[in-house]
Write a protein that binds this ligand. Structure first.
Ligand SMILES: Nc1nc2c(ncn2[C@@H]2O[C@H](COP(=O)(O)OP(=O)(O)OP(=O)(O)O)[C@@H](O)[C@H]2O)c(=O)[nH]1
Ligand SMILES: [Mg+2]
Length: 328
């Protein structure tokens, strides 16, 4: 087994020795640029980590599994280094329906041809679902173990034997226990990732944050609010389709452009539809309001957002429907 090059110190020590943003910036060096895929089982904090690494929320997050359903690219340029991070859906091991097959296809596609893989688990835990994801990773791309949610580990000393056990499972190039919610940990990880990127010119304009369109972000924000404001049953059986997306220039100088959006929330049953609409339409109103406000900030535009709900039973089992709703 290859010995790991580095076992990152526990988070407290890492925080105090972590680099400052100014230390990462060094324009004298040749430019580096590369792809870093973030993979793991559902709900381990991959999207939270992507957003923290990019420094802007571009991938939706919820406490429920199966939040991310697409490959989402987020860029960050610091000095001579351009990081291109790829968030992926949590790898599904439970139900083999058409939606889950599509999610897994996205994961498998995303780990090919990258420069580095961040394999995310919850610190101190390694289940069959984690094992399944690890088995998808070949041995020719460097893989870092990211032990996330370190803030949930009360006894830090217990992590050392767990990390040792992890060494035996795969020749990880680095072991990084961290909390995706701790900015110092994230900056430390960013610096470590930079070492694995090849010397080459940037692919994107340094100002760019994502390759995803405003239309896509709009549908994702509606889905996030839907996930956050409804019960546990709904997420697995719902999706959002943008029916209309139009951009209008500012009417007068000093005003913002206007995005006129109509979106349909697709659910599987009439009972789910009632759940989304809520008492006197309260819930759907709130979903729309929260999604609109966030999109206005993200897109720096005025947004009109109209929401509808439709029942399409069995859509997640129907391959053609799954594709027509925008999944791979
Ligand atoms: N305590 C703690 N919670 C975290 C941390 N990182 C993420 N979370 C929480 O974990 C939950 C799942 O986060 P996500 O980022 O949506 O996880 P994911 O792996 O992208 O999930 P899927 O897209 O469904 O596979 C959310 O409630 C996050 O707030 C962390 O470092 N500490
Ligand atoms: Mg996610």
């Amino acid at each position: 087994m290859n010995a790991p090059k580095n076992i990152a110190p526990p988070v407290d020590a890492a925080s105090s020795t972590g680099p400052l943003a100014s230390e990462i910036e060094n324009t004298e060096q040749p430019s580096r640029c590369g792809l870093v895929a973030i993979v793991g089982k559902p709900n381990v904090g991959k999207s939270t980590l992507l957003n923290a690494l990019v420094g802007q929320k571009i991938s939706i997050v919820s406490r429920k599994a199966q939040t991310t359903r697409h490959r989402i690219t987020g860029m960050r340029t610091e000095g001579a280094v351009q990081y291109v991070f790829v968030d992926t859906p949590g790898f599904q091991t439970l139900h083999g329906n058409a939606l889950n097959k599509s999610l897994n296809k996205t994961v498998v596609g995303a780990v090919a041809d990258v420069d580095l893989i961040l394999f995310v688990v919850e610190a101190g835990s390694f289940t069959g679902a984690d094992e399944k994801v690890l088995s998808l990773l070949g041995k020719d791309i460097p893989v870092m173990l990211i032990a996330n949610k370190l803030d949930n580990v009360k006894q830090r000393a217990e992590l050392a034997p767990w990390l040792k056990g992890m060494q035996a499972k795969y020749p990880f190039v680095e072991f990084v226990p961290l909390s995706a919610k701790n900015p110092k940990d994230v900056l430390h990880l960013l610096q470590v990732c930079g070492r694995y990127l090849p010397e080459q010119d940037f692919w994107y304009d340094p100002e760019e944050l994502t390759d995803r369109s405003e239309k896509f972000l709009a549908s994702e924000l509606v889905r996030e609010k839907l996930f956050r404001l409804t019960g546990d049953e709904l997420p697995y059986t719902s999706t959002v389709v943008i029916e209309q997306f139009a951009e209008e220039p500012p009417q007068r100088k000093g005003q913002k452009r206007l995005l006129r959006i109509a979106a349909t929330i697709i659910v599987e049953r009439d009972g789910h539809k009632a759940m989304v609409i809520g008492d006197k339409g309260e819930r759907i109103k709130r979903i729309g309001m929260e999604a609109r406000q966030e999109l206005e900030t993200l897109a720096d535009a005025k947004v009109f957002l109209e929401l509808w709900v439709k029942v399409r039973s069995g859509w997640a089992d129907d391959e053609a429907r799954v594709r027509s709703f925008g999944y791979e």
